[in-house]
Design a binder for this molecule. Structure first.
Ligand SMILES: Nc1nc2c(ncn2[C@@H]2O[C@H](COP(=O)(O)OP(=O)(O)OP(=O)(O)O)[C@@H](O)[C@H]2O)c(=O)[nH]1
Ligand SMILES: [Mg+2]
Length: 454
């Protein structure tokens, strides 16, 4: 499958300059290679920070020093990857770090593939697949809530929840198999009705995880929120207020915004791509028409539409058309310009409504809350979610489907063999979540998402 017997090396810190930068080696030859490139003669003491210098191994017979470094050796199996690991902390200059990397490669290390350190940790049983994926999520987190959800999963909250479900399932399978093994005893280890009840308990556990799935996914993957409305209602002003900076041009001339303007924002802990669009109207101007088309396309892919109306003007034909076009989408009708005298009949508008003034920012706290509420389907916004990854959610749903078939079969007194097939199928889906039975392709796909050095 994957080769783990060679020694890999990579720069573990982000590209660019910093006070410090780390080069990491993992593999059986990590101590040997570091002995070769470090000036220090004695072997590195396990888990001791050693101040020394790195030699430039690429310079042939008379290597000069590259940098002063601190080297730390973590012997197998008590290291992040389960193999011998040496971490070399140098000054955070890309030139220096590349020179350390080249020296290690000249001494026999291979440049690591993306995610290869985490993959080795997984293959060596240091982390299961959920926890490995959580490492990537933690590194990618944009909002504190995303980081918290990822960290909980790294700590094993989801692993434990899945293990608890698996224990129940394993016990039931063992008892059913026992009944199959001793058919002549006239003794059923599990009565069918009892089996149906036991399966229902397992299903309940899965359901209690899946309850938060939509919210968890939204927290992890973020959402696309598109601002729509006819020209001049204040879309760009609303956009800027939510983005917290004057990103989009605002003028009193209808048709100001021509292109899509996008900004990543944090809404109550959710990361959202906020998109400002050209005001919707029929137009002959070819640039504006292209903008209007792009806006329509953005509305089509939005998780949520903020349909902005100017509440100081009666609803016009264009407003009505947009209200009509978005009835099936998830949306919030935003009544802007609340500082002006209202001329809109609110009772004719669909809920949810938000009333704001994009000049002063009034009403925006409540708009942010309703955006988060619409995106996550409601309560407990500040909580983390135990499950957030689409792969885990899909597998849990598949497991649940097999359990449901088994439960119905048990209720209908179907023989144990048939139940067992479905229960085992349910269990293998749980195994796939934690990575006990995951194909090489899936693993490759998951670890490719990481950057080099992770
Ligand atoms: N009084 C008042 N004026 C506002 C408010 N929000 C925006 N405006 C004004 O309305 C005008 C249009 O604002 P924009 O944000 O450019 O409107 P838009 O919907 O993006 O317009 P287009 O890009 O042309 O479609 C500007 O003169 C803003 O200053 C508000 O809450 N109250
Ligand atoms: Mg605009």
């Amino acid at each position: 499958m994957f080769a783990t017997d060679d020694t890999i090396v990579a720069i573990a810190t982000p590209p660019g300059r910093g006070a410090l930068g780390v080069v990491r080696l993992s593999g059986p030859r990590a101590p040997g290679i570091s002995a070769q490139i470090l000036e220090r003669r004695d072997p590195l003491q396990p888990r001791h920070a050693t101040f020394t210098r790195v030699r430039d191994e690429t310079c042939g017979s008379s290597p000069g020093a590259v940098d002063e470094v601190v080297a730390t050796f973590f012997p197998a199996p008590h290291s992040s990857t389960g193999q011998h690991v040496v971490e070399i902390t140098a000054h955070g200059s890309p030139v220096v770090l590349r020179a350390v990397l080249r020296s290690a490669m000249a001494a026999g290390a291979r440049l690591a593939e993306p995610g290869e350190f985490t993959l080795r940790a997984f293959l060596n049983g240091k982390r299961d697949l959920i926890q490995s994926e959580a490492v990537a999520d933690l590194v990618d987190a944009v909002t504190p809530l995303q980081a918290r959800v990822a960290f909980d999963q790294l700590e094993g909250t989801l692993t434990q929840a899945v293990a608890a479900i698996d224990v129940g399932l394993f016990d039931l399978i063992a008892r059913l198999e026992a009944s199959l093994d001793f058919p002549d005893e006239g003794y059923h280890f599990v009565e069918p009705a009892r089996a149906a009840d036991d399966i229902a308990v397992v299903i309940e556990r899965i359901d209690s995880l899946l309850v938060d799935a939509a919210r968890g996914r939204m927290i992890r993957d973020g959402a696309t929120v598109v601002i729509a409305g006819r020209p001049n209602v204040g879309k760009s002003s609303v956009f800027n207020m939510l983005a917290g900076s004057p990103r989009a041009i605002v003028t009193a001339i209808p048709g100001t915004t021509r292109d899509l303007v996008t900004e990543e924002i944090d809404i109550e802990g959710l990361s959202a791509s906020l998109v400002d669009t050209a005001g919707w109207r029929e137009t002959r101007d070819i640039i504006e028409r292209e903008g209007v088309e792009r806006g329509a396309h953005a509305r089509g892919v939005a998780d949520l539409i903020l349909l902005v109306l100017d509440q100081s003007e009666a609803i016009g034909e264009e407003d009505a058309r947009l209200l009509d076009d978005t009835t099936r989408a998830k949306r919030i009708v935003v009544l802007n310009k609340s500082d002006l005298t209202p001329r809109i009949d609110e009772s004719q508008l669909p809920a949810p409504l938000a009333r704001v003034c994009a000049l002063t920012g009034s009403g925006f706290d409540s708009l942010r809350q309703s955006i988060a509420r619409e995106l996550t389907g409601g309560e407990r916004l500040r909580d983390t979610a135990p499950i957030s990854n689409a792969r885990h959610i899909a597998l849990l749903e598949q497991s649940r489907a097999s359990l449901d078939t088994a439960r119905r079969a048990a209720a209908g007194n179907v023989p144990e063999e048939f139940l067992l097939t479905d229960l085992q199928a349910a269990r293998s889906k749980l195994d796939e979540i934690v990575g006990r039975r995951t194909s090489e392709d899936v693993l490759r796909h998951i670890f490719e998402r990481f950057c080099i050095g992770k």
